[in-house]
Design a protein. Structure first.
Lengths: 77, 223
């Protein structure tokens, strides 16, 4: 049986592991607020939601879906 | 002509006023009658658009699949998003446009379908001890980096529970998508993100106490 190479905590992983994910926002909360967040940002590009921004920086799945929604809204004009 | 099933009549071609959105989506989707059927068709169109957009964005994950699979995943996602959205229709409070609210259901479902398909034949390793810390130092940074690597190893081994280590290693080192991991473990995205959040808090606290991380620094700070 072939032995798998050891998994490595690289500098990139460490950067990710030590992200400050406060203020807390869950994935469900993120999904619940996502539509309102982007509609507000479309009308006010300076609008900031720290908890949302923090979550999107730390959760790749939510970040991908958020970026997709933003692109779709921008395509709609 | 093949009759369209009662549960899927929104897939049939619209006969009247196909380009018009309902004035009040929630009312139209909640009431019986022609407006209800029209609203369902329009809604399914929105969800298909969102799902197609998402599947296209994640197309590289489906490199081994043809256009038929992408189309199948798109329609499957739109159908499942339709069910999820209608179950939550009562929660729509009008704080965003209805179309924006609807899009996110299609996007979430399509992203989940694509990730699940991309990982369908890949093994997810759940192990809490087999890993190394390799920070890849340059020559001049070697001593400092080796010191940090030992501190990181200690923080991970001594402050995290075995469950937190398993989840952290799967998500951050193996890059298993969080919804795929949730599906394999019979849990949900929320629970795994909370586990990872708690692990981050513990590792940050340990590295901060050891002087490798500044206290209360902004998000994304690197040790």
């Amino acid at each position: 049986m072939t032995e798998q190479p050891p998994r490595a905590v690289t500098r990139k992983v460490l950067h990710n592991l030590t992200k400050n994910t406060q203020p807390w926002l869950s994935c469900d909360d993120c999904f619940a607020l996502l539509d309102e967040y982007f509609d507000r940002r479309l009308s006010d590009p300076g609008f900031v939601d720290v908890a949302m921004a923090t979550h999107l920086d730390a959760c790749p799945a939510c970040a991908e879906e958020a970026a997709s929604l933003q692109a779709l809204l921008e395509a709609d004009g | 002509m093949t009759p369209v099933g009662q549960g899927e009549f929104w897939r049939s071609p619209a006969t009247t006023d196909a380009a018009r959105d309902p004035e009040d989506w929630v009312v139209a989707l909640s009431m019986d009658g022609p407006d209800h059927h029209h609203a369902l068709r329009r809604l399914h169109g929105l969800l298909l658009r969102a799902a197609r957009h998402q599947v296209s964005r994640m197309g590289t994950l489906l490199y081994d699949a043809g256009p038929d699979l992408a189309d199948e995943l798109t329609h499957q996602a739109a159908d499942e998003a339709m069910v999820a959205l209608l179950a939550k229709l009562h929660t729509f409070q009008g704080r965003s446009r209805f179309t924006t609210w609807a899009y996110k259901f299609g996007i979430l479902q399509a992203a989940t379908e694509v990730r699940s398909h991309a990982w369908r034949s890949r093994q997810v390793v759940l192990d809490d001890s087999h890993y190394t810390v390799d920070l890849g130092p340059s020559v001049e940074e070697y001593a400092e980096s080796a010191d940090l690597a030992r501190a990181v190893r200690r923080a991970i081994d001594q402050t995290l529970t075995p469950h937190q280590r398993r989840i952290m290693l799967a998500l951050l080192v193996d890059a298993v998508p969080i919804d795929v991991l949730a599906e394999r473990l019979g849990t949900n995205r929320n629970a795994l993100y909370k586990t990872l959040h708690d692990a981050r808090v513990r590792v940050r606290a340990d590295l901060t106490a050891a002087g490798y991380l500044r206290a209360a620094t902004a998000n994304g700070n690197e040790p």
